[in-house]
Design a protein around this ligand. Structure first.
Ligand SMILES: [Zn+2]
Length: 552
């Protein structure tokens, strides 16, 4: 007797082979048979007219905190994602001494735009070491988790206050190696580091104080376990990114480890950057290096209101500082004539036309409904103000609860991006799931791959798209029993409609701890999602199965 029998679907097995009509039988968490199957099962899923594929894998997320109160990493699961990698960008919640929690929470707030309540009211801090964190999330997991450990976390653990002040002494590097080894033994899938991020005080995060010898020593430990090194390079600068590709290649060859870097964005302002990076990755691959650039499928859409700090203002330091103040001080500044004058001057020529003119009013909040969808340039003209002034006055008139969106602010040209995504060395990822919650929805990139790059542009066949986010990802990360449908492998399965799978519209919800806001997208066209042989999502509902596991 099988546990579950998925009948009459089109099996797209992750290998890239053409889909074929077959049934899939599951028992004890594993796929046991694929073909025409007539045996009895406790539960049968009719997949007629639907695709049956391996669960999707999302290799770049920041669900570290959310997993403590939401074992499904909602809404990832409903998009067909069955495995996620948290702990990216040098940040993880373990190892972490109690005394260092405020500093690390500050970094998550600063870098990933997570609300502070996410760390203070939704869970008990029961751990300091990596095994303890694993034990805290494991019982409630509805999705699989392959966690990275952050270089910043390890450095903070070993060096304390000195972690963001200086290079490490040899004895400290040895202690970091020992801590990394301990984390890898406790289930970490690799190490993440960052060359760009800053903490809550604007200081570089600890990982940025490491000399190359430190990273080399840590990569040697990764080599003992054949584990991943993830890096955020100086992605705003093509030359620096290419230098990082070379550095990753050296580490990959020397220690025989896989490496990945993210994000890689295409921009009309720098049209040759991605092609240059890919060419360098190809050269290094020819030498035997494993270096995988990560690219997201979705365009960059950034939303913000003046209610919350936003990365939208990262390029305008005075705006950034002004808007990061507590609410009362922020409101006072926005009503202070001298401050406003300086803000407007900072926004650039013609009252901030380039920076703010294209912004649209999102709607659905305190903004007058008739303004929804209109550009700030046209609203400003009507009001006889410049765009920067209009942004400030419109916000003040409605208690700052007016959201604006910079739609398709980059990485939006499907015709250019499709071939990059399809490149054999390109890794689809960089969703940033669970982060930047009030700036954009980091969910549904997989649905968008099918709607935009399979159905609309035809860049990928169905089978190629499935392979890209299943078997290829599993191979890059060394997840040996995931990413394919074959007897003996874990039964992570998604049943979806190839004609309709997509991402829902971006919408705000208030489901973060403390009724905090985030943008989400609902899954579309996903009928059922199985994690380790149990139905985790079906018919539009999450089940209470907790079959998710830490993948190590
Ligand atoms: Zn990240």
């Amino acid at each position: 007797m099988f546990d579950i029998l998925i009948k009459n679907g089109l099996v797209v097995d992750g290998s890239g082979a053409k889909g074929f009509a077959a049934d899939v039988a599951i028992k004890d968490g594993l796929i046991v048979q694929i073909g025409q199957i007539d045996g009895a099962a406790k539960q049968t899923i009719d997949a007629k007219g639907k695709v049956v594929a391996p669960g999707f894998i999302d290799p770049h997320t920041h669900f570290d905190a959310q997993l403590l109160w939401d074992g499904a990493a909602r809404p990832s699961l409903e998009h067909g994602v069955t495995s996620i990698v948290p702990g990216n960008c040098s940040l993880s919640l373990a190892p972490l001494r109690a005394a260092d929690r405020p500093a690390v929470i500050g970094m998550f707030q600063q870098i990933e735009e997570m609300p502070p309540e996410a760390f203070t009211i939704a869970f008990e801090w029961t751990w300091e070491d990596f095994a303890g964190y694993r034990a805290a999330i494991e019982p409630k997991l509805q999705i699989n988790v392959a966690p990275l450990v952050g270089h910043t976390a390890i450095r903070q653990w070993v060096m304390g206050e000195a972690a963001n002040q200086r290079a490490a002494e040899p004895a400290e590097i040895t202690a970091m190696q020992a801590m990394l080894r301990e984390c890898l033994k406790a289930g970490a899938i690799g190490l993440s580091t960052s060359y760009i991020d800053t903490d809550a005080n604007g200081r570089p995060v600890p990982s940025r104080f490491a000399q190359f010898s430190e990273l080399d020593a840590l990569a040697a430990v990764l080599g003992e376990f054949d584990r991943m090194l993830q890096v955020v390079p100086e992605f705003y600068d093509a030359d620096l990114t290419i230098a990082r590709i070379d550095q990753l290649a050296e580490l990959s060859i020397k220690h025989n480890i896989p490496t990945t870097f993210s994000p890689v964005f295409d921009s009309p302002l720098t049209p040759h950057n991605v092609a240059r990076q890919i060419a360098r990755v190809e050269e290094q691959a020819a030498r035997g290096a494993r270096v995988h650039p990560q690219m997201q499928t979705r365009p960059v859409d950034i939303s913000f209101s003046l209610l919350r700090p936003s990365l939208f203002f990262a390029r305008l330091p005075f705006w950034y500082r002004t808007l990061r103040q507590p609410l009362e001080a922020r409101l006072a500044s926005l009503q202070d004539a001298a401050t406003v004058e300086r803000l407007i001057a900072d926004a650039g020529p013609e009252g901030g036309k380039d920076m703010f003119g294209r912004l649209q009013v999102r709607g659905g909040d305190a903004a007058p409904a008739e303004l929804t969808g209109r550009t700030l340039a046209s609203i400003a003209e009507e009001r006889g103000e410049g765009p920067a002034q209009a942004l400030i006055s419109l916000s003040l008139e409605h208690g700052l609860d007016v959201a604006f969106i910079a739609a398709s602010a980059g990485h939006a040209d499907t015709g250019r991006i499709g071939p990059f995504l399809k490149h054999p060395l390109m890794h689809i990822g960089a969703s940033d799931g669970g982060a930047h919650m009030s700036s954009f929805a980091t969910y549904g990139d997989t649905g968008y791959l099918f709607s935009e790059f399979v159905r609309k542009s035809g860049t990928f066949t169905l089978e190629e798209a499935v392979r890209k986010i299943t078997a290829e990802t599993a191979d890059i990360w060394g997840l040996k029993d995931r990413g394919r449908l074959a007897p003996g492998l874990a039964a992570d399965v998604v049943v979806f409609d190839a004609e309709t799978i997509a991402r829902g519209d971006e919408r705000p919800v208030f489901d973060m701890p403390g009724e905090g806001m985030r943008y989400v997208r609902d899954g579309i066209g996903v009928d059922a999602v199985l994690v380790n042989g149990q139905v985790a999502y079906a018919g539009g509902q999450y089940t209470d199965a907790t079959a998710g596991a830490v993948l190590a």
